[in-house]
Each structure stands twice: as C-alpha cells, then as structure tokens.
Design a protein around this ligand. Sequence first.
Ligand code: 7TS
Length: 406
Amino acid sequence: MPTLDVAAIRKDFPILSRKVHGQDLVYLDNAATSQTPLAVIEAITHYYSYYNANIHRGVHSLSQEATDAYEQARIKVQKHFNAVHAYEVILTAGTTHSINIVASGFEALLKAGDELLVSALEHHSNIVPWQMAAEKTGAVLKVIPMLIDGTLDMAAFHAMISPATKLVFCNHVSNALGTVNPIQEIIGAAHAVGAAVLIDGAQAAPHIQADVQALDVDFYVVSAHKICGPTGVGMLYGKEKWLEKLPPYQGGGEMIATVSFEKTTYAGLPHKFEAGTPNISGGIAFGAALDYMHSIGFDKIAAYEQELLVYATKALLGIEGLEIYGTAAEKTAVVSFNIKGLHPYDIGSILDQMGIAVRTGHHCAQPIMDYYSIPGTVRASFSFYNTFEEIDRLVAGVQKAKDMLC
Ligand code: 7TS
C-alpha cells in the first residue's frame, strides 16, 4: 500500500492532468525541476494581484506587507534547514548563483598552492565556478574519485585531505546517479584539517530535510524549483563567521550601509549578498513551497519515493540489455540507464511521443559520463506525486522504444 494519498496529492498539481501528444503526461524529470502545486502558484498570483511592491524601502503599506512576507519566507527557510540565524539565509537566484557567490568570495581568501577538493560526482555548477577561482588565485583543484557503483572513493578522499586543503565541495545527492554522499564524514574530516565545506543540496532538498547545525556544514545551497517552488530563487546558507569573512558578490542597492564617492560601507547580513531588487514573489513562493512539502511530510515523501525507486529499478532491469548507472546502497529516486547499442536521445524522443518526460544526455555532469565512457544516459527521476502505474508506462515505453530501434 502506498504511504501517501497520491490521488489526492495529484489534484494539487494542475499540470499533471494535461496531455502531451494526445497521451496523459507522465512527468519523470523531477530532478531537473519539480512541478508546482496550486498553493505555490497562488502565493505568486496573490502577491502580484494584492501587494506587489518593492521591499525594504517603502513606508507605504504595500511595501511593508511585501517586506513582511519576504522576511517571513526567509524565516521559513531558516527553520526548515535549522540555521541558527535568519540572516545566515541568503536568498539567491538558485544553486548556481549561490555557489558563484561563495567561489568568487573565496578568491579573496585563497592563495597559490591552496588545495580545493571537488567530488567526481558534481554538477557543472559545482565545478566551473571553482575552476575559475583556482585560475585566478593559483589554488589547485583536486578530484575525489568515484567508484563503479557511483559512490565516492572515501579511502582516496581520506588520503587526499591535508592541512593544505582549504575547501571541500560535494553534492549531498548526485543529480545524474542519485547517490547519497556521506557528507557527515566529509564534513568531519574537512574540519579536522581546518577546511571549510560547501554542500550542494540541490538534489537532496526534495527528499531529505538537511539540518545545517547537526551537519555542522559551512555552506549549504539549494534551488526552490526542485522543491515545488518557482524558478529563479534559492538559498545560500552560510555560517555567520564565513559570511562575515567573504566579500560581497555584487555591488548595488540593498547591499550598502552608506555610499559616497569616497567610500561605501556594506550592509550587514543577509543584505550584503542581496544587491538589487530580489525575486520577491519567488522568495515568498519558496516559503509556500516548504509549507506545502511539510503538509505532506518529508518522512512520508522519502518512504514513498523509495518504494517507487525499488519498483522502477526491478521493472527496468527486466528489459534485456538495460544497464543502470549508479547502484549505491543509499540512493534517491533516480534511475539513470542505457540500453546496449542505443543512444539515450533516441529512447527519450520515443518516450516523449508517448507523453513520457525523462531527461537524456550528460545531465550537466560530464565527468561522470566520461568515467563510464558513455555519451549520456536516460534519466527517470521520481517525485511523491508519481505513481506505480506511471512507472509501468515508462517500462512499457522503454521496451517499445527498444523494439523500434533494435
Ligand atoms: N547542483 C545539482 C546537484 C543539480 O542537480 C543542479 C541542477 C544544479 C546544481 C543547478 O541548479 P540550478 O537551479 O542553479 O540550475 N540539476 C539539473 C538536472 O539534473 N537537470 O536539469 C538541472
């Protein structure tokens, strides 16, 4: 028996009742972006229809209402991730933006020869900003290798980390494979040598409620659009001591205390990192998305998604020639696969004709594809609003694609 009332939940998502190519949509690209419930859509329309105003600057009622709603959303995000202070929560444009803020800030703190450890399982957005920082400072990027099952080689990690290590960055969950990484162990080892840790929680956030205090993590970053929220908004959590140390990322309005042509002083946290008018409705809707997820319950979501994962893995492996990449014991509900001799793009295109949305390609994680010597995979990623019947349609669709292409 499913642990959730999925039929009732699906009614909260208008998009799930649409058709694609004349067939009921089966949306299995949740790792790219999750769908949006009415409560979140309504938070956005309510803002624009009732109290649209710029924040932190007006004495008029609309501006104060908008400011209150935005700051309430920040507190919801703080509570969700259990940050000590609301001002340790920087509202950004998303994970990519959050990582760039930290990486560019570290350019002021790094020197030639400092070592940065990056996991082999990263999304490009947790690789490229650091390469740029390394290039500017002379710091050295070292890669924590991966193993064939899609886990990190932790023995290699422990051998690599040293007092020269200044920062370790790693995702909590791999987007391409679904591997849940041992971040507690990574954080402990990094702190033992005085290094800071940034955890990219973009793929963990829809499934796992991270507690930044329990993890003792220095930076944790997410995008709202993967947790039923809107695009263009996300979180940079940073420990106060680190956010105080990092220089601002952008200059402009909102982030200053005083400005003259001789000297500008910066605002305190969080505004120091929030130059310009932010995505106000997006921030408010981010809070609404967390409320929605909590109304269902993260424990229930995780348990149900694991049932979907087990069911899908078994059913897909029944197709001859199908190989799954990423077989870690601890995984979120992602199945990345190929069929011998077929290109993932061709399988994805045929599935689309059947109304089934999956992602194909390298998933912005080219080093993982290089490791397996493949151009990409077909990735089906599940959410709590998916059903076992939808997985049956996926499996039948993949079988049909194979029959057509082989
Ligand atoms: N980090 C991880 C682990 C991700 O999965 C993604 C997006 C990002 C960072 C970037 O997030 P953004 O919101 O700033 O774009 N991952 C995917 C994906 O797997 N398919 O499409 C986007």
